[in-house]
Design a protein around this ligand. Structure first.
Ligand code: NAD
Length: 493
């Protein structure tokens, strides 16, 4: 088994604990790599390296914005060359389909290129200030050391969403990947040096949330925390960061509604609902885990949905024919099965799946059968809590108002889907839905160009799109007297 090291100040080193964690392959249930178990001492060293790389005289700070952009472009090109190798690593580490991870890895370069392109377009403004004899302008400046904390489901994609804008804006980074899927991050680490980033601009510390994440979030020299993960962890991270008055971006969970009206193209809608929940084995924050179906088409829609979902092929995520892979972690596997049990106890009707998968093609992996519940009532836990697995609830609605009420009746607000042929209805729904992303007649589309983030408990701030770079900048207002006079010192100018 390959034994990895931490990246601190451009050097690979053993963790100060002298301990390593076994990274598990969810398809085989067996360990396949050893990941350093970092701790506070490693965090301190990494933050010190990132702080040194950010200091006024550093190579990084003296580099032009165009130079920073060129490094990001080079990094994007290196990721493109390494995409296949990194995609396979991610599949071994988190069990998601190779087809999905390959598509992500081939797309990740665009985040580095897009934000690389933005690096030298960060401009202040000259403000036509209302005070005579004064010139006022703004400067957009980096924040300093950014802590990037990422989850296990799309390790490199979600890291790229943070690293690309953070670096384009001129910050330095300490990156803590999930303890369940750190291998791709550690392999990615060497690309920073190959791209030409000065040592210490990006540091990587692996390990547990309480042993690495907490010391990182609370470190006095960390200026910003960019976090993706569950909303409970996000709440803790937010509270810890608040004590240090740090900048925070939170990308948290969801309970997204995929809403199908009776005028929709039903073939497309069935397809969209299946892709919303069973793609990636439901382990995406944008999973459309609640299908809201107009009552007049509910029985027909349910039958068509069940028929399509039953064809889903489970198996080895490295196999190109597989459509549904295992659950990434053992605790998550148990959590998904728990939710299925609770839904049954609360009276939801399990129309498909509803158990661990024992098909021969699933081997000894952590598989859960694609599961569909009907007769789900709004108060049930399955209708309200994020399962993060292949479990769909189908809920009928009567009219537009009813659909909006049910869709918005959640603490989350990450995404929603609307299936309709009516432009009026589509536009009205996009306005009324409380979600950071709304798809109409499609689902699960993302781009480096389009802002992504949550309403309500799904998060704070935006990743991707031109807005995202603002999350890594602070504005300085500069006032210059051009009057040459001495105004009354006892009156505010
Ligand atoms: P998680 O919250 O358990 O962990 C996320 C990261 O936080 C990990 O690196 C973990 O080690 C770290 N962490 C844990 N406790 C910490 C603490 N006390 N202080 C600092 N860091 C800590 O999430 P997960 O189980 O890895 O990922 C699944 C969750 O992520 C789901 O809820 C999902 O919806 C969410 N997610 C959101 C998005 C989005 O963009 N909105 C994308 C993907 C996943």
């Amino acid at each position: 088994m390959k034994k990895y090291q931490l990246l601190v100040g451009g050097e690979w080193r053993d963790p100060s604990s002298g301990a390593w964690l076994e990274s598990m392959n969810p398809f085989t249930g067996a360990p396949w790599a050893l990941v350093p178990r970092g701790g506070k001492a490693d965090v301190d060293a990494a933050v010190a390296a990132a702080k040194a790389a950010f200091c006024r005289q550093s190579e990084w700070r003296r580099m032009t914005a165009t130079g920073r952009g060129a490094l990001l472009h080079r990094l994007g090109d290196l990721v493109a060359v390494e995409a296949e190798r990194l995609a396979e690593i991610e599949t071994r580490d988190n069990g998601k389909l190779l087809a999905e991870m390959r598509a992500q890895l081939n797309y990740i370069p665009q985040w580095f290129r897009y934000f690389g392109g933005l690096a030298d377009k960060i401009e202040g403004r000259v403000i036509p200030i209302d005070k005579p004899g004064v010139f006022n302008f703004t400067r957009e400046e980096p924040l300093g050391v950014v802590a990037a904390i990422t989850p296990w489901n799309s390790p490199l994609l979600l890291a790229a969403w943070k690293l690309a804008p953070a670096l384009a804006a001129g910050n330095t980074v300490v990156w803590k990947p999930s303890e369940f899927s750190s291998v791709s991050a550690l392999e990615f680490g060497e690309l920073f040096e190959r791209a030409g980033f000065p040592p210490g601009v990006v540091n990587i510390i692996t390990g547990f949330g309480n042993e690495v994440g907490e010391p990182l979030v609370t470190h006095p020299d960390v200026a910003k925390v960019a976090f993706t993960g569950g909303d409970r962890t996000g709440e803790q991270v937010y509270q810890m960061a608040a004590r240090g008055i740090k900048h925070v971006t939170l990308e948290l969970g969801g309970k997204s509604a995929n809403i199908v009206f009776d005028d929709a193209d039903l073939t497309a809608a069935v397809n969209g609902v299946v892709s919303g929940i069973f793609a990636a084995t439901g382990q995406t924050c944008i999973a459309g885990s609640r299908a809201l179906i107009h009552r007049s088409i509910y029985p027909e829609f349910a039958e068509r949905l069940l028929a399509l979902a039953r064809t889903a092929r489970m198996g080895d995520p490295l196999d190109s024919g597989t459509q549904v892979g295992p659950i990434t972690t053992r605790p998550q596997y148990e959590k998904v099965l728990d939710y299925i049990r609770i839904a049954k106890e609360e009276g939801a009707l399990c129309r498909m799946g509803g158990a661990a998968a024992s098909r021969p093609e699933c081997g000894s992996g952590w598989f859960v059968e694609p599961t569909i519940f009907t007769d789900v009532r709004p108060e049930m836990r399955i209708a309200n809590e994020e399962v993060f697995g292949p479990v769909l609830s189908i809920i009928p609605f009567d009219d537009e108002e009813d659909a909006i009420r049910i869709a918005n009746n959640t603490v989350y607000g990450l995404a929603a889907g609307v299936w309709t042929a009516s432009m009026r209805r589509a536009l009205m729904m996009t306005e009324r839905l409380e979600a950071g992303t709304v798809w109409v007649n499609t689902y699960r589309a993302i781009s480096y160009m389009s802002p992504f983030g949550g309403y309500k408990r799904s998060g704070l701030g935006r990743e991707s799109g031109a807005e995202a770079i603002r999350e890594y900048l602070q504005t300085k207002s500069v006032w210059i007297d051009i009057s040459g006079s001495s105004p009354n010192p006892f009156v505010m100018r």
